[in-house]
Ligand binder design. Sequence first.
Ligand SMILES: Nc1ncnc2c1ncn2[C@@H]1O[C@H](COP(=O)(O)OP(=O)(O)OP(=O)(O)O)[C@@H](O)[C@H]1O
Length: 586
Amino acid sequence: MSAQARSITSLIKRQGFKQILTLCKRYRILYLSVLALQLGGTGAALLLAEFSRRIFDKGTLLSHHELTRLIIGIVIMVILAMLFSLGARICNQIVNTNIVFSMRQMVLNQLTSLSLKYHEGKHSAHTQNILFNELEIVKQFIVFDILRLISLPFSFIAIGIYLFTVNPLLGVIAVLVGPLQLLSNLVLKSSFKELIASQQANGGEVFFHMNETLSGIREVKMNQLEGSVHSRFERVCREGIRLWVSIEKMEALREFVRLIPEKIGYILGISVGAYLMVDGQIGSGAIIAFLTLLDRVSEPFISMTSIISSLQRVSAGADNLLSVMEMEPEPTTRGHVLSEGPCSIRFENVSFSYQDDRPILRDVSFEIPAGKSVALVGPSGSGKSTLIKLLYRFYEPDGGSITLNGKRIEDYTVSSIREQLSAVTQDVYLFDGSIRENIEIGYADAKLEDVAKAAKLSQSTFIERMPEGLETKVGERGIKLSHGQRQRIGIARAILRRASILILDEPTSALDVETEAMFQYDLPQWAGNSTKIIIAHRLSTIRDVDYVIFLEHGRVQEIGSPKDLLMANGRFSDFWKSQQIHEFVS
Ligand SMILES: Nc1ncnc2c1ncn2[C@@H]1O[C@H](COP(=O)(O)OP(=O)(O)OP(=O)(O)O)[C@@H](O)[C@H]1O
């Protein structure tokens, strides 16, 4: 088996490919309509050839009446063929549009169902490349090539039989052109697959550069990086052009080689037909019918070559897309439901690493009784956020256990755990919508008065001064708001959620001292009996917590009340003093 055939066979067997093919079933009526219209077109072409053959075969023996009938028949067949082709084209476009959207939806659903581990390991441009470039390649195959694959054998058989009945020799010549075209194409050994794979990778890089430049446009301008960004981009584009030209050259060569058997068939048909005509074995009409249908009878094989190259494109250029489709989604609904209400948390000898050789959490043990507040403190990189990721079940611990209300975290459904967790971080992510929509996120049934109350409790007084109040649009990622305003919306979000476990990761870092004090003052009122985990870098935010867990190099070094730990003059106290000095100096 050739390498080409092997790669196509393995593509057809791929689960991701089969999954995408199931979309064709959803639009089977449209597919069948295209098929019927294409077959109608073949029927019209056959009748057109037959009417033409009769006119030229009978020639002077035809009466005016018969001639008029045949000419009317030709006109009708020409019109029908045009209408069938128009109908097929429209249906094809409807299939095309539906398939594109369904595929995007299918792939996006799959991407959002994958774990954070997957997404943290990939650049966002990689995902965009999958959603746009790779998806386009697969779409090309399942919209256009599959249809041709189904309809063309029928027209090959119908036209072949017809030409045989007209004259067996002309029939053989016409029928042989197609297979010869296919053969000539297969003989063309090429590095097509590698070129396509490189072109796809290059497309991804182009996406990556554009994405990174535009996302970091502020830094680009502030550091005057325009020149280096442009020249890097130019290099990538030049490589893209080189690959594109190579592929186009190869395609042109294929087309040239493909045309050779067709031209030979044409010359052979005319010559043999002419001899047969001179010998009186056929009329000139048979030659006309042969020439009219020669293209159509070889079309399935021409299409077969383009289908093969399309399959090669899919197998070389859509590997990431198919791999994504084959990945196991995060299991979110298996297990017990973590119910609302106070929740205790226990970590017991938990260890974790992102990469095998680099432990991040080592033997971490602590307990937070339901409703208590705890500060997680430690130097940058000590593993505080990682600990929270484990609580969200974005990652699974390598050893030890985490329990919520006395039950292992793995025994709960992921969705119910996440429902009972609410986090306010330093960098609140806002979606491109109104302030109200951003506060309501994850809580679709919220009443307007509850949203307004949450906004008030979060000290978001700025909303009243906005032209459209809660309906004011925040722009992409909340660009139209200040850092502090974004943080306050994040706090309002958490207030509205009323989750059992509240995670506050420096949520007031961008607030002024007065607002921060008010937030601290109001916290017990709205956080109620939620269990609170505060990731803190400033003493002011943890003064009132029940106790502190001091983490260093992924290990719990000290646990105790803030006062006791400060008095003990241990690692926490040292860390805190050095932080104060650092803050004062800077
Ligand atoms: N997705 C990831 N893949 C690999 N390593 C990671 C990943 N996320 C974090 N790390 C590494 O894990 C270590 C702990 O990171 P973590 O974010 O938990 O620290 P932190 O205590 O929250 O730090 P900070 O106070 O600066 O936010 C760091 O060394 C970091 O480089």
